[in-house]
Design a binder for this molecule. Structure first.
Ligand code: NIG
Ligand code: FE
Length: 382
């Protein structure tokens, strides 16, 4: 089955062969065959296909690559959000509430919740989604979360080191031993990545290093949560260990920014978190000026950022992080792909997966210009 998307007013390719950044083409067409992009060219020369989609001058972008989400959980924490909006601060401790609810949930409940959220993401244009564990925090519960996540995506991340669970409150180093031992053994067959929340109230830099090195020794790629609540050595550790990405990056020292500018670790910004916790927004301009690769992701989770909408994150990134609409769109597509070390998504080029979004708008600028408006007209997912 082949499909041609014809009369595209504005096509965002992100293809460096075509140009820098969003590498846009006007009056274009794309031919898809068996889930792969096989031809890109001028609308006037569009080849015949089994199905023809008339874009009528509207904009087509690569599907969003959401490189950071926590979809394997039960329950919600709307009450905490209300308290925060009334002035209380966000703390890592709320994670333990979701851990209790998640442990008590059946496989069917956890699966149904993740499927619902993933469908929400898909409808809003996200065609690649990373999913973390991290609300189980026992050997069996972490393995279960990753087993369920791997039914839904190949981008699965073991986050046993999300927070120290209550039963290990007096023995955090015993918990690190479990995370790097039996829990890792049970998680690794279902995970591509290992992540750690390196933050006050969660894990310190030495613990984070031990955890990521243990994961790497098992063949998992490293990623990290750091700089959400304050500066720490986590960001530089992530770069030093060759982590694919370090996520949050809200509080950064000059040395952190220099390290991200010089290294290959992607800085992933999660503006839904600052929105939902009333924290100061990260400074994307500072990272971009240093030459860092910046990605945007939703961080969809019931505590700090319960949004599944990449378009919302783009709108906030443009409004409050100082990104141009083109930089924000690139970060939400090619940037997310870089954060997952993927070359088959995030770019519209021959041979790539046919993950495309037709917008109900003449330009992607409308994603920020018309915040909260459902502008996704059709999603092509491979
Ligand atoms: O990325 N920061 C750590 N983990 C999540 C929050 C999880 C929660 O509050 O439940 C995050 O923001
Ligand atoms: Fe997160």
């Amino acid at each position: 089955m082949s499909t041609v998307i014809d009369r595209i007013g504005l096509l965002v390719t992100n293809d460096p062969q075509i140009g820098p950044g969003t590498a846009e083409l006007r009056n274009a067409a794309v031919l898809i065959d068996k889930g792969t992009i096989v031809w890109i060219g001028e609308a006037d020369h569009a080849p015949h296909a089994d199905e023809r989609v008339d874009a009528r001058g509207r904009c087509v972008i690569p599907g969003f690559v959401d490189s950071h989400s926590h979809l394997t959980f039960a329950g919600d924490r709307a009450d905490e959000f209300e308290y925060r909006m009334a002035g209380r601060p966000y703390t890592a401790g709320g994670i333990r509430r979701t851990v209790g609810l998640t442990r008590d949930a059946s496989d069917a409940e956890l699966r149904a919740n993740a499927v619902t959220l993933l469908a929400e993401m898909r409808r809003q244009g996200s065609t690649t989604v990373e999913i973390k564990s991290g609300y189980g925090l026992t050997v069996d519960d972490e393995a279960r979360a990753l087993r369920l996540a791997s039914e839904l995506t190949s981008e699965t991340t073991y986050l046993g080191a999300h927070v120290v669970p209550v039963e290990f409150a007096d023995d955090p180093s015993g918990y690190v031993d479990l995370v790097t031992g039996a829990m890792l053994d049970a998680a690794a067959p279902h995970a591509r990545w290992i992540d750690v929340f390196c933050e006050t109230g969660a894990f310190d830099v030495d613990q984070a290093k031990a955890i990521l090195l243990a994961g790497k020794a098992k063949g998992l790629g490293a990623r990290m949560h750091a700089g959400q609540l304050r500066e720490s050595g986590g960001v530089q550790l992530a770069v030093e260990l060759g982590a694919a990405a370090v996520d949050h990056c809200t509080f950064l020292s000059d040395a952190d920014v220099d390290a991200l500018g010089a290294g290959a670790t992607v800085a992933t910004l999660l503006p839904g978190v600052e929105f939902s916790t009333r924290q100061p927004y990260p400074d994307a301009r500072r990272l971009l000026a240093a030459g860092a690769t910046v990605a945007l992701a939703t961080d969809c989770n019931p505590g700090s950022s319960f949004t599944s909408s990449m378009a919302f994150c783009i709108a906030v990134a443009v409004r409050d992080l100082g990104m141009t609409p083109a930089e924000a769109l690139w970060a939400a597509t090619a940037g997310g792909a870089a954060a997952l070390r993927r070359t088959d998504v995030g770019t519209v080029k021959v041979g790539a997966r046919a993950d495309l979004v037709l917008l109900e708008a003449p330009s992607y600028v409308h994603l920020a210009y018309r915040p909260g408006v459902p502008l996704v007209s059709r999603v092509f997912a491979s």
